[in-house]
Design a protein around this ligand. Structure first.
Ligand code: 6R9
Length: 643
C-alpha cells in the first residue's frame, strides 16, 4: 500500500502500558467477551458512585445502545475531585495564549474552584440538570471550566466552534433549545480579534428562549449589552462558593451534544452520554499516547470539535494528566510557534492534524530545527488521512526520528479513537491508522453488503457497539437510524472507505459520501450548496471536493446563474461571502466554476461522480456519460474548467 518501510516499536516503548502480546490477548478478549472486558475496564478507569445493572445492551437495527445503565457517576468528579488527594497542587491545565508572552498554569485544586464557582453561577441563573447550555468560546481556560461546570450539575453542553457564523450558531442553539449561552467579548487568534459577542448578539436575535448570555471578558473590547440577558462572567462567577456537590448522573444520561455535518440536510446534533463516553475517552488517551504520570500533553485541536472534547479535556483530565490548551494558530507569530511552545512547556506528546503538518512542512525545516524538541516522546495525528510523505517528515524532522506517530482514526460519532496504533505494541506503516482499538469490531463491505475477507478494499463498517458510541441524533432518532444503520443493516456505517492489507492494517481512503474534509473540518456538500443558492441570482449549485496540497480537500463549486444573469467577479465574491455568512470562513469555496448546466440523469439526479472527476482534473476517466439527459453539458464544463 505504500513504498515506505515499516517502523518497528521503538526500544524506549518496550515497557509501554500495552505491548504486542498484551494487545493481541486483550483485543481477542474484548471481542469474545465484551461485557467482561469493559466491566473490568470501567472499574479500573472510572470512579462510580453506584455500580451498573448491565454492561451493555444494543440493537443496530433500532440504532439503540446502552452502556453501564443504572451505574451512577459524575464526569467532573472523575476529571477533578478524585485526583485532589494526590494532585491538588499539580498542574491540570497549561494555557498558552495567542501572544507568546501569555501563559498560565491551573492546578487541579484551582480547577475545582473555578468549575464549582461556575457551576453555582449556572444554578443561580436557573440552569438545571438536563438543560442544554451552548458554549461559543475562544480557546481559553473558561471553555474547559464551562464544559466541566455543565457536567457537575448534569447540564448538557453543546459547543459551537468559535469560527462558525452567527447563522450557524443560531441554528445550533435553536435545534437543541439551549437557553443559556456562554461566550466571550472577543477571541484572539493569530493577532486578530474574533467578534464572538457581536456574533452571539446576531444569533440571539432569533433565539428568544435564551435567558442568559454569560460573557467572559477576554480582550475588554467594546460590546453591546442587553441588561435582561447578558451577564459578565466575572461579576457572577467570582462571588460564588467554590463548593458544589457533583450531581449523581446515570451512565446513560446525556453528557453533550456536538453538531457535525453529514451528506444531507443541516448538521446533526450527535448525542453522547456519560459513562461509556468517559471510559473510552479516558482509556484511549492512556493507551494510545502511552500517557505517563507528570507528562505534558498537547493537542492542538479546538474544543469546538470532538477532538477537543475527548483529547484536550475529558480524556486527559480523567487520567489526572497535564493538558496544554493553545489559544492561537501554528503560524503566529511565525511557523516556529508550535516548537517554541514545545520547548517552553517541555511538551512530551504533541497531537495535531495532517493539514497543519503539511502547512508547516511547506514552509521548510528551519522553523522546526531551530528548536530543541528534546522533550518530545510521541506524536499523534487525527482528522484526515495523512499522506506518507507528510508522515515521514513529521517523524524525521519534528520527531528527530525517535517519536512514534500515532495516527488515530475516529469520528464525532464514535466519541473516541477506534483505529489507532498503540506505541508499544504496533509497528507503524506511514499512512495507515493501523489496527482497531480494544472492543472495536471492524469489517469492510462490498457494494452489495457482503463482508470482505482478508486483504481488500470497501466500505468501513463496525459490527458491534462500543462504549463511546453515538446514542442519538438530538431530537431526531430516526435520522440516526437512517444515517448510520440503514445503508447496511446490522452494521454501523462510518461513511469512510478503507482498505486492509495482508497484515490486517487499515488504510482509510476518505469519505465515500457527500461529506468534505477541508483541513480536517467536516462539511456537507449540501450545506455549501444551500448557502450558494440563497443568492437571488443563482439557480443551482453542486459542490464537490478536489485534492488540495495543504487542506487535504478543497471546495469546488459548480454554480448555475439564473437566466439572463451574467457571471461576474462581483457575483463570485458575493457567493464566497454568502458561504462565510451562512457557515463560516472554513466554507469558502476554493474554486467557483460557472456552469450553464449541470450533468443530470434523465430523472434529474446530478451526477456528482462526473463533477468530481472534472474537479480532480481527471478528464480521461469521466466514465459513461450516455445516461445523461444532455451529455453536451459535460463537454462545456470540461472546456471551461478554470485553471
Ligand atoms: C475525529 C474527527 C471524522 C472523519 C472520518 C474520516 C476522517 C478522522 C482520520 C480520518 C483518516 C484518520 N478522519 N481521522 N481519516 N485517518 N486518522 O476528525 O472527527 O470531525 O467527525 O471527522 O474524519 O473521514 O469519517 P470528525
Amino acid at each position: 500500500m505504500s513504498e515506505f518501510p515499516t517502523h518497528p516499536v521503538p526500544a524506549n516503548f518496550k515497557d509501554a502500558h500495552i505491548n504486542a502480546e498484551q494487545y493481541q490477548a486483550m483485543y481477542k478478549r474484548s471481542i469474545d467477551d465484551p461485557e467482561g472486558f469493559w466491566g473490568e475496564k470501567a472499574t479500573e478507569f472510572l470512579s462510580w458512585e453506584q455500580p451498573w445493572d448491565k454492561v451493555m445492551e444494543y440493537d443496530f437495527v433500532k440504532g439503540t445502545a446502552e452502556w453501564f445503565a443504572g451505574g451512577k457517576l459524575n464526569v467532573s468528579y472523575n476529571c477533578i475531585d478524585r485526583h485532589l488527594p494526590e494532585r491538588a497542587d499539580q498542574t491540570a491545565l497549561i494555557w498558552e495564549g495567542d501572544d507568546p508572552a501569555d501563559s498560565k498554569h491551573i492546578t487541579y485544586g484551582e480547577l475545582k474552584d473555578h468549575v464549582c464557582k461556575l457551576a453555582n453561577a449556572l444554578k443561580a441563573r436557573g440552569v438545571k440538570r438536563g438543560d442544554r447550555v451552548c458554549i461559543y468560546m475562544p480557546m481559553i481556560p473558561e471553555a474547559a471550566y464551562a464544559m466541566l461546570a455543565c457536567t457537575r450539575i448534569g447540564a448538557v453542553h453543546s459547543i459551537v466552534f468559535g469560527g462558525f457564523s452567527p447563522d450557524a450558531l443560531k441554528d445550533r442553539i435553536q435545534d437543541s433549545d439551549c437557553q443559556t449561552l456562554i461566550t466571550a467579548d472577543e477571541g484572539v487568534r493569530g493577532g486578530r480579534k474574533v467578534p464572538l459577542k457581536v456574533n452571539a448578539d446576531k444569533a440571539l436575535e432569533s433565539c428568544p428562549n435564551v435567558h442568559t448570555c454569560l460573557v467572559v471578558k477576554r480582550t475588554g473590547g467594546d460590546v453591546a449589552w442587553n441588561d435582561d440577558r447578558d451577564v459578565w462572567y466575572g461579576d457572577l462567577v467570582d462571588a460564588q462558593s467554590s463548593d458544589c456537590e457533583p450531581e449523581s448522573m446515570d451512565a446513560e444520561d446525556p453528557l453533550f451534544i456536538l453538531y457535525t455535518s453529514g451528506s444531507t440536510g443541516k448538521p446533526k446534533g450527535v448525542l453522547h452520554t456519560t459513562g461509556g463516553y468517559l471510559l473510552q475517552a479516558s482509556m484511549t488517551f492512556k493507551y494510545a499516547f502511552d500517557y505517563r504520570e507528570g507528562e505534558i500533553y498537547w493537542c492542538t485541536a479546538d474544543v469546538g470539535w470532538v477532538t477537543g472534547h475527548s483529547y484536550i479535556v475529558y480524556g486527559p483530565l480523567a487520567n489526572g494528566a497535564i493538558t496544554l490548551m493553545f489559544e492561537g494558530v501554528p503560524t503566529y507569530p511565525d511557523a516556529g510557534r508550535c516548537w517554541e511552545i514545545v520547548d517552553k512547556h517541555q511538551v512530551n506528546t504533541f497531537y495535531t492534524a495532517p493539514t497543519a503538518i503539511r502547512a508547516l512542512q511547506a514552509v521548510g525545516d528551519e522553523p522546526v530545527t531551530r528548536s530543541s524538541r528534546a522533550s518530545l516522546r510521541l506524536l499523534g495525528t487525527v482528522g484526515e488521512p495523512i499522506n506518507p510523505e507528510a508522515w515521514e517528515w513529521y517523524h524525521r524532522v519534528v520527531g528527530d526520528g525517535r517519536c512514534p506517530i500515532i495516527d488515530t482514526w475516529w469520528q464525532t460519532e464514535t466519541g473516541a479513537h477506534m483505529i489507532t496504533p498503540l506505541p508499544g505494541a504496533t509497528p507503524l506503516k506511514p499512512g495507515s491508522a493501523t489496527m482497531p482499538f480494544f472492543g472495536v469490531d471492524l469489517a469492510l463491505l462490498n457494494e452489495d453488503g457482503s463482508e470482505i475477507e482478508g486483504a481488500g478494499a470497501g466500505y468501513l463498517v463496525i459490527k458491534a457497539s462500543w462504549p463511546s458510541q453515538i446514542r442519538s441524533v438530538y431530537g431526531d432518532h430516526q435520522r440516526m437510524v437512517d444515517t448510520y444503520f440503514s445503508n447496511y443493516p446490522g452494521y454501523y456505517f462510518t461513511g469512510d472507505g478503507a482498505s486492509r492489507d495482508e497484515d490486517g492494517y487499515y488504510w482509510i481512503t476518505g469519505r465515500v459520501d457527500d461529506v468534505l474534509n477541508v483541513s480536517g473540518h467536516r462539511m456537507g456538500t449540501a450545506e455549501v450548496e444551500s448557502a450558494l443558492v440563497l443568492h437571488d441570482d443563482i439557480a443551482e449549485a453542486a459542490v464537490v471536493g478536489f485534492p488540495h496540497d495543504i487542506k487535504g480537500q478543497g471546495i469546488y463549486a459548480y454554480v448555475t446563474p439564473m437566466q439572463g444573469v451574467e457571471p461576474s467577479e462581483e457575483l463570485r465574491q458575493e457567493l464566497i461571502q454568502l458561504c462565510v455568512k451562512e457557515i463560516g470562513p472554513i466554507a469558502k469555496p476554493d474554486i467557483i466554476q460557472w456552469a450553464p448546466g449541470l450533468p443530470k440523469t434523465r430523472s434529474g439526479k446530478i451526477m456528482r461522480r462526473i463533477l468530481r472527476k472534472i474537479a480532480e482534473n481527471e478528464l480521461d476517466s469521466l466514465g459513461d456519460t450516455s445516461t445523461l439527459a444532455d451529455p453536451s453539458v459535460v463537454d462545456s464544463l470540461v472546456e471551461n474548467r478554470p485553471g
